[in-house]
Unconditional design. Sequence first.
Length: 81
Amino acid sequence: MAHECGCRSGSCATKDDDRIDAGQIVGDVARRWPGALEVMKNLGINHCCGSHLTLTEAAAAAGVPLDTLMEALNARRSVPS
């Protein structure tokens, strides 16, 4: 079933919620926030094959502490592109 934004997962942010959280899907985060893809690539998160994973799952698969990923994404999110 499609989420109201069309992401199909229901885990992406809506207009009223501009936070990135660990339960969101890698592909949704990459599409929603400019700069997120670069952050994930720099940390070894595989966007291509891992786009269906939650950020928690992707961090674990890449061997990256979840706190490190979340801090980097949320810091980048707050920087204008």
